[in-house]
Design a protein around this ligand. Structure first.
Ligand SMILES: Cc1ncc(COP(=O)(O)O)c(C=O)c1O
Length: 467
């Protein structure tokens, strides 16, 4: 049961978040607070002390308690990354499995894996559509949905792709087991072991693992936290190295959260086209922008460009459905064959369920609601990090998705921080797993899509103490 002081602290915390008390405001005096809220002075003291510990308030001698909330403007963004422009095999990805396994443990506060908490997912709608899929479509649900996958789902995805400025025929689409399989198939279709692949830096660690498992070399390209891949650096890299593919997440990348401007997307296609290098476009976060205007994928900007478009419903509907897709362009036949020999088919029931969620408009309704939720979650986490962490940090300001990338003071070893934090029940994603060559030693990524409660505040206080 929540104690009286914890309840009072929570009410005051909500007041601070809602702007009732602003940075620098003096909080009501202890006697006034106890009279207003009908609690003892001792309870009021304990509530203020709790908020002081969490970094919301500071006590000033003989003057009382003041709000300490600092604005996000006080945390600048990290600079453009500066990886060595040289291909390298991927190393050090073993720790990732430990990170991912932590998501099973309910005692661990999950700030590490980019998995949305159930509050951000349309759980009831997904559940209903799964049941309906199994009951109402028995024959379809119980047979293989051989590649390219369920025709109705492909028709509805094609319709959506047209709506986001990327006209696509259902026959150009192949259903996959999530975006991870789409990326793997794309890379397998256009590379051979030993080939060089240009990627963003920092880059989603799952991609690094695919690159490692296929025996490829990663060429990390400097990346701007607002605009994405540095096109000048990419051009140099293309002139210098035998790059066979380029992978990018132009809409709300993971972990930087940037949205590449359309002009840069066009230039990216141009540069790659001139070099004869296919683009593997990962658009998994494309529907999760904070702005109602859905950004266009690169694929939609030039119909003739060699783009293998990959996406999934893992972040928008449910990661457990394992439904994704790929539009591989001229590589369709190869990708289809690789999918077939890899695992024959993607499960039928989730495909039918997703088709139903798209057809009924529930997917769009959910997106309209969840975009604001993600924006608020990122803002709240950013503010809390600024409150708790040392002042000399830098934080990205994503325009979509739900992760933030934090540069910690120089000298911090985020791998060590992650180990100690896990021992104290907090999971975070340390910077080096986002680099083929284990750069970003003093960076961490935090997921903001968590249910906000006192545990999160305590987890951030724990991280701050360990720092
Ligand atoms: C950028 C990016 N691509 C792909 C994936 C994998 O997606 P899925 O769960 O659909 O396989 C993730 C998951 O975190 C991701 O962040």
């Amino acid at each position: 049961m929540e104690t009286r002081y914890a309840h009072l602290a929570a009410t005051l915390r909500d007041g601070i978040h809602a702007g009732l008390y602003r940075t620098g405001d003096r909080m009501p005096g202890l006697r006034a607070l106890s009279a207003q809220r009908g609690v003892s002075v001792a309870t009021a003291v304990m509530a203020y002390r709790q908020l002081e510990q969490e970094g919301y308030l500071e006590a000033r001698e003989r003057s009382g308690f003041y709000v300490r909330l600092r604005s996000t403007a006080q945390a600048p963004e990290p600079a453009v990354s500066a990886p060595a422009l040289r291909p390298a095999p991927v190393s050090g990805q073993e720790v990732v499995l430990r990170l991912v396994k932590a998501t099973y443990d309910p005692h661990i506060v999950q700030l590490g894996a980019a998995v949305p908490a159930p509050e951000f997912l349309p759980m009831r709608a997904v559940e209903r559509s799964l049941v309906a899929a199994a009951r109402l479509h028995r024959a379809r649900a119980s047979s293989y949905a051989f590649p390219p996958g369920d025709p109705e789902l492909r028709r509805l995805i094609a319709r959506r792709m047209g709506e986001i400025g990327c006209p696509t025929h259902p026959d150009e689409i192949l259903i996959t087991n999530g975006c991870q399989e789409a990326l793997t198939l794309a890379l397998r279709a256009v590379t051979e072991p030993g080939d060089v692949v240009a990627i963003e830096s920092p880059s989603y660690y799952g991609l690094l693992q695919v690159i490692e498992s296929l025996g490829l070399e990663a060429l990390e390209i400097p990346t701007h936290p607002r605009e994405g891949l540095s096109l000048e650096a990419l051009q140099l890299a293309l002139e210098r190295w035998p790059v066979k593919a380029c992978v990018a997440v132009p809409n709300f990348s993971n972990p930087l959260g940037y949205r590449m401007p359309d002009a840069n997307k066009r230039r990216l296609l141009e540069l790659l086209g001139q070099a004869g290098v296919p683009l593997i476009e990962d658009d998994i976060y494309g529907d999760l922008g904070f702005d109602a205007q859905r950004p266009r994928p690169c694929k939609g900007l030039d119909r003739k460009a060699d783009v293998l478009y990959c996406a999934s419903f893992s972040k928008s509907l449910s990661p457990g459905l394992r439904v994704g897709w790929i539009v591989p362009g001229p590589h369709l036949k190869r990708v289809e064959y690789l999918k077939y020999v890899g695992n024959l088919a993607t499960s039928s029931v989730p495909q039918i369920a997703v088709a139903e969620l798209l057809a009924s408009g529930q997917y769009d309704r959910h997106l309209r609601a969840v975009r604001g939720q993600y924006a608020a979650a990122v803002k709240r986490m950013t503010e809390a990090v600024i409150r708790h962490f040392p002042p000399d940090i830098r934080i990205t300001q994503p325009e979509g998705g739900f992760v933030i990338w934090i540069e910690l003071p120089k000298g911090v070893d985020s791998m060590q921080l992650a180990r100690h934090a896990l021992a104290e029940g907090v999971s975070i994603a340390p910077g080096p797993i986002f680099s083929a060559t284990r750069k970003y030693k003093n960076f961490v990524r935090l997921s903001c899509a968590c249910q906000w409660d006192a545990r999160i505040e305590r987890a951030l206080a724990t991280l701050a103490r360990l720092l």
